[in-house]
Design a protein around this ligand. Structure first.
Ligand code: SF4
Length: 106
């Protein structure tokens, strides 16, 4: 059996270490309506593009659940459980189930 990490695992570990190292991400404001949500997506497209660190910063990533409701990727509509992946096209990154970002949606 081969336990070597694949590319997605390597990238997930890289993101985890960036967050653990204290990367300052924009966890507020949480987009309160669909207009604010769309504007945030537009910002990610225009300012981050495919640059990983900028996606994490503008997305407001954390490596822990957020708020009283303990929101996290696991319950987000964009989370692909079998792949541990964020399927929101503007993000499109590997995640862990107990992470969070401010694009969180159910
Ligand atoms: S949108 Fe944010 S909270 Fe939802 S799965 Fe993607 S990274 Fe996690």
């Amino acid at each position: 059996m081969n336990h070597m990490a694949n590319g997605e695992d390597v990238l997930r570990a890289q993101i985890a270490s960036m967050l653990k190292a204290g990367l300052e991400t924009e966890i507020t404001p949480f987009p309160e309506d669909s207009n604010a949500f769309a504007q945030l997506l537009q910002r990610i497209r225009e300012e981050a593009g495919s640059v990983l660190e900028k996606k994490l910063v503008i997305g407001g990533f954390t490596d822990y659940p957020m708020g009283e409701d303990q929101q996290r990727c696991q319950e987000c509509m964009y989370y692909l459980n079998h792949r541990r992946w964020c399927d929101l096209p503007e993000l499109d990154v590997p995640v862990e189930p107990d992470w969070w970002c401010r694009l969180w949606h159910i």
